[in-house]
Design a protein around this ligand. Structure first.
Ligand SMILES: [Zn+2]
Length: 74
């Protein structure tokens, strides 16, 4: 789907982890946006912090992927 080259096992694992983190992030954003609309009060800040944490997990997973690619070359 993405590449004709088959990634090594470790990279496949990292890709799955990133995809899972990203799916979690999008789900969290969806739920949070609904929650913020419902609450309509400054508690939204707490929810934004939560979304920010979810985003950091996605970025961390991406960093791991990039590090692997540069160190391993695949
Ligand atoms: Zn590799």
């Amino acid at each position: 789907m993405f590449s004709l080259k088959t990634p090594c096992e470790e990279k496949a694992r990292l890709l799955r982890r990133h995809a899972a983190a990203e799916a979690d992030y999008h789900r969290a954003i969806h739920v949070l946006s609904l929650a913020i609309q419902t609450l309509k009060k400054p508690d939204g800040y707490v929810l934004e912090d939560f979304a920010e944490s979810a985003k950091k997990i996605v970025e961390g997973a991406w960093d791991d992927l990039e590090r692997h690619t540069s160190e391993h070359g695949c």
